[in-house]
Write a protein that binds this ligand. Structure first.
Ligand code: F6P
Length: 327
């Protein structure tokens, strides 16, 4: 058991992700069940620095489980990267008598938490909330499933028009430096090819695959492009492909921030509820400076330095399967 934790603060930080509200709801309700007081910090680390905290009761998190975005707002804080910023944040937490913090966010959020907890004696627990699914220590991050569903829905619509006009579409999806969103979107939308940061597919290989398709009388095609792939953005890739093979009329769609919004899927709501619940129960059980995650269906706590430093590998079997199914 840890020291008696009676007052906790919770915040969302970094890029928002569908399901953050569901996680927040679970944190507040679990903490209330254990007679803890919960404070919500507005705008992530920015609000922590500014002392922008407000009491959250059970009723304050009603009617939010289905809402995208985050009712606490979020930010990417430059000030928290400075020792002065972190000192102000610590003073704010002291002023509100906060015993522990729960951070809902991604890599940058947990990097901040790791530095802060090395400097100050306030324990943190992290909840993985990012559409990118790029955190080691959890099979899925909150928001990933919703984001993939949004991208697949968009790709389905693009497929209709691509088919009608015999066009080649390059559809760019987010994911920062990882290809989880792109690979899963490609599989789920039946795309012809996918370009992800984890593989070295060159423009030449892509053109060869498109030529092969054209020889089989494939009159349209979808290529899913991860924003972090090595060949450039979708517009640059489309131009290079067009130069090498102008058989198709070529178009580009960048799905962009559409993937970050919207009502969370059932999977994301359940995941967020489980991780919110386990963050509070973990704290009570003595977990500190770790991220709660779901590994093979079970809750697992992973130290921050491991969660942010270790690369989460894409499943090579999935990559191979995507290639075979697209042929
Ligand atoms: O980390 C989530 C994410 O949506 C990435 O996929 C993307 O690269 C980035 O955030 C975009 O950030 P911003 O909304 O700050 O432009």
């Amino acid at each position: 058991m840890s020291k008696n934790i009676k007052r906790i603060a919770v915040f969302t930080s970094g890029g928002d992700a569908p399901g953050m509200n569901a996680a927040l709801r679970a944190v507040v309700r679990t903490a209330s069940f254990h007679d803890m007081h919960v404070y919500g910090i507005m705008r992530g680390y920015e609000g922590m620095i500014d002392g922008d905290l407000k009491r959250l009761e059970r009723g304050d998190v009603g009617n939010i489980i289905h809402r995208g975005g985050t009712i606490l707002k979020t930010a990417r804080s430059q000030r928290f990267m400075t020792p002065e910023g972190r000192r102000s944040a610590y003073e704010s937490l002291l002023a509100f008598d906060i015993d522990a913090c729960i951070a809902i966010g991604g890599n940058g959020t947990f990097t901040g938490a790791k530095v802060f907890t090395e400097e100050y004696d306030i324990p943190f627990i992290g909840i993985p909330g990012t559409i990118d699914n790029d955190l080691f220590g959890t099979d899925f991050t909150i928001g990933f499933d919703t984001s993939v569903n949004t991208a697949i829905e968009a790709a389905d619509k693009i497929r209709d028009t691509a088919d009608s006009h015999n066009r080649l579409f390059f559809v760019e999806v987010m994911g920062r430096n990882s290809g989880f969103i792109a690979l899963n979107t490609a599989i789920g939308s039946g795309a012809g090819s996918v370009l992800i940061p984890e593989t070295d597919t060159s423009i030449e290989q892509l053109v060869n695959a498109l030529k092969k398709g054209a020889r089989r009388k494939k009159l349209f095609s979808l290529v899913i492009v991860a924003e972090g792939n090595k060949n450039g953005n979708a517009t640059e890739i489309a131009r290079k492909v067009k130069e090498a093979f102008d058989f198709y009329d070529t178009k580009v769609t960048i799905i962009g921030h559409l993937q970050r919004g919207g009502s969370p899927t059932g999977l994301d709501r359940v995941l967020a509820s489980r991780l919110g619940f386990s963050s509070v129960e973990g704290l009570i059980g003595g977990e500190q400076n770790v991220m709660t995650g779901l590994v093979n269906g079970k809750i697992k706590y992973t130290p921050f330095d491991q969660a942010i430093a270790e690369a989460k590998e894409l499943d090579n079997d999935l990559v191979r399967m995507a290639e075979i199914l697209a042929m």
